[in-house]
Design a protein around this ligand. Sequence first.
Ligand code: AMP
Ligand code: ZN
Length: 114
Amino acid sequence: MKECIFCKIIQREIPSTVVFENDSIVGFNDISPVAPHHVLFVPKNHIEKIDDLTPDDHSTIGELVFQAKEHAKKLNLVENGYRLVFNNGKDAGQAVFHIHLHLLGGRVMSWPPG
Ligand code: AMP
Ligand code: ZN
């Protein structure tokens, strides 16, 4: 997608701190972190939101979750815990319409979310 900011990050057309990459997904640091560790994991193919997923996307979404938990291990977040979040649509506060999994850790988080 030409105007998608995350597609541009994936294509290295705009700068970001990439912390993980494989054939299907990329992980990079959030530009405005809301926790000491805040990493976004995105599929390389452009999918706008969770609502648009098809059965063909299952393995990619599984890969996002799996690599996020592997990365949490590398960041030493396993003992204290961490949060994985998909915001879907307007009421959830989704701002970038290219699916992304937030990995948040390094502080105590409240529930319910705001
Ligand atoms: P969401 O509200 O779930 O759509 O989250 C979008 C996230 O993308 C926010 O946490 C933003 O800080 C983050 N973000 C926006 N632009 C960039 C960028 N250029 N590089 C890294 N993260 C970004
Ligand atoms: Zn995109």
